[in-house]
Design a protein around this ligand. Structure first.
Ligand SMILES: NC(=O)c1ccc[n+]([C@@H]2O[C@H](COP(=O)([O-])OP(=O)(O)OC[C@H]3O[C@@H](n4cnc5c(N)ncnc54)[C@H](OP(=O)(O)O)[C@@H]3O)[C@@H](O)[C@H]2O)c1
Length: 289
């Protein structure tokens, strides 16, 4: 059955919002966006009735418990939203025989690698948020092997809370900032991830066998310090930036030293070119200034 009506959770999140911005350019799809009030993932037992009401041809789950440090103590809620609800949505999609796309994180890995993580690299979550996402991946795949899981990293957008907007605010307010320089990763513009997600819908409609685990992040890699320097330059801000070590910036949840995702599998299967993070960052900052 061709996909036309697509139910998208997490309407007010970075990715949900970017999907809503992009939706108008893809009239082949009828996107229906639901926020926390319309579809609360902390009540997994109520999800089936809501999905049935909307009768979609596909589900995209962008909603998640994303408060990484708070997840260390709010463990039950984080697990319900990121694991149990995701498994339940996968099960519902299987019953209804419709595609299900959901998202995971670079934090499912241990952060000690020195070369990019492949989609089948062993899971060893670096913190409890990563554990809930790893559990969600495994529980969803067990319920429904056709589930499409896209791991992503360092997500930013002109909408919502993220490093880019926080840095721009702090650089305006302060003369100097210390930024962690010994953690490396791949920034991801939520707009580019939204467009890649729509490419997946198109590929499914063309009968391509997309399923299982994929990685998506913008091209290139950087450290938080170098990312901040680029933000400063592109936004034309004045602020003294100093690189510090992770040890000098302790957080409740541990962060990975190295979380570079290898995105080749998705690029090959979809036949897409992923934009470089600096190009993506410029687009995002142009919207913010
Ligand atoms: N942000 C990152 O750097 C990052 C990195 C790696 C992976 N990811 C993953 O990428 C996906 C998209 O992330 P994002 O950056 O768009 O996240 P986000 O901006 O934090 O948005 C998450 C959305 O989930 C919603 N939500 C939270 N609890 C909910 C609940 N109980 N029921 C329904 N909705 C609920 C939030 O609603 P409210 O607006 O009402 O709070 C919010 O709109 C997620 O799976 C995330 O885990 C993100």
């Amino acid at each position: 059955m061709a996909i036309h009506k697509v139910l998208v959770t997490g309407a007010n999140g970075q990715l949900g919002w970017e999907l809503a911005q992009a939706a108008g350019s893809f009239p082949a799809f009828d996107f229906v966006f639901v926020d926390r009030n319309a579809m609360d993932l902390s009540n997994p037992n109520e999800l089936e009735a809501i999905v049935t009401l909307f009768a979609p041809d596909a589900i995209i789950n962008t909603a998640a418990y994303t408060a990484v440090d708070k997840a260390e103590t709010e463990t039950e809620l984080a697990h319900t939203i990121n694991a149990e609800a995701v498994a339940q949505l996968a099960k519902i999609a299987k019953h209804k025989n419709i595609p299900f796309i959901t998202y995971s994180t670079d934090y499912v890995f241990n952060g000690n690698a020195t070369s990019p993580y492949l989609t089948d690299t062993l899971l060893e979550p670096v913190n409890y948020y990563g554990q809930t996402k790893a559990d969600g991946e495994q529980m969803a795949m067990a319920e429904n092997p056709s589930t499409i899981i896209i791991r992503t990293s360092w997500v930013f957008s002109s909408h919502g809370n993220n490093f880019v907007k926080t840095m721009m605010r702090l650089m305006k307010d302060k003369d100097a900032l210390n930024i962690v320089g010994d953690q490396k990763g791949r920034p991801t513009y939520a707009k580019d991830l939204a467009l890649a997600s729509i490419e997946i819908l198109k590929a499914l409609n063309e009968g391509k066998p997309i399923k299982g685990i994929y990685h998506y992040a913008n091209k290139g890699e950087t450290s938080w310090f170098d990312f901040a320097q680029k933000i400063k330059a592109l936004a034309g801000l004045e602020c003294n930036l100093t690189a510090i070590t992770s040890d000098q910036f302790p957080t409740p949840a541990k962060r990975p030293n190295y979380s570079v995702l290898d995105t080749q599998k998705l690029e090959n299967e979809l036949g897409i070119e992923i934009p470089h993070w600096e190009t993506a960052l410029k687009q995002c900052i142009d919207q913010l200034i």
